[in-house]
Design a binder for this molecule. Structure first.
Ligand code: PGA
Length: 240
């Protein structure tokens, strides 16, 4: 794994942006795998700024997002589809028809997972952006998820519900279940860029880079990926 340690969040976001921009510049119809959460917000801000100032085009770019809460769709400002539109897509010239995410309100969750897996087969990520949970999860793949799992519905752990409750009015409002790409869909990406900042991620980052490869720390599977880059700030890198 290629590890880049930056002094702070802003520098982490800038480094990440440089890597994303390279992929999009080399291949204007690249497939970007995208993530939600606080971590990539700085990266998305840089992409928006660069589009505005330099005209980098996303007209032919396609995106696939990692995960979505069950029961939520774009009409909810807590949904991940809403997050992506608000924090990234509306600032770019991307065609919303080229942006993909699980439908949190699908009538038949099994069928929705199968649809998404089929889509990912034909839309392999040129670059997959990831955050990491404080318990080492990637997307909503919690500890114990089999490495060969594909898109599935998960029960969120208490630790993830607690981490994510800061974005909801009340902890009871956090959905208990979510759709998520599995580790296998993530590992299928040609390139992976995982970001981490803050001391609360230090233990997970240690497991990601130096720990045993174990399903108890889902991110550790990335040690087996041939082209994975971690960009993290000094606080998140403090145990390396
Ligand atoms: P965060 O979430 O970016 O909001 O810290 C990361 C994750 O849980 O994957």
């Amino acid at each position: 794994m290629n590890v880049i340690v930056t002094k702070d969040y802003q520098e982490m976001s800038m480094k990440a942006f440089e890597l994303v921009k390279k992929v999009v510049t080399e291949n204007p119809s690249a497939v970007l795998g995208l993530a939600t959460g606080s971590t990539p917000l700085g990266l998305y801000g840089e992409m928006a700024r660069d589009h505005r100032e330099n005209g980098t085009s996303y007209r032919d770019v396609k995106t696939v997002n990692l995960d979505e809460y069950e029961g939520l769709d774009v009409t909810s400002d807590q949904s991940y589809v809403y997050f992506m539109r608000e924090n990234l897509f509306r600032h770019l010239d991307i065609d919303l028809k080229n942006t993909n995410i699980e439908n949190g309100r699908a009538q038949d969750p099994e069928k929705e997972c199968a649809r998404y897996n089929a889509l990912l087969e034909v839309m392999r990520q040129d670059l997959q952006v990831l955050g990491i949970g404080s318990n080492g999860h990637i997307a909503f793949n919690e500890p114990g998820t089999p490495f060969d799992a594909q898109t599935h519905v998960v029960e969120l752990t208490e630790s993830t519900i607690k981490d994510n409750s800061r974005l909801f009015a009340r902890i009871e409002d956090v959905p208990r279940r979510a759709f998520t790409m599995g580790p296998k869909n993530i590992m299928n990406a040609k390139k992976i860029l995982i970001l981490a900042n803050g001391a609360n991620k230090a233990k997970a980052v240690y497991g990601l880079v130096k720990g045993e490869v174990t399903e108890q720390l889902p991110a550790s599977v990335l040690q087996r990926h041939p082209d994975c880059t971690l960009v993290c700030d000094e606080a998140a890198a403090s145990l390396l």
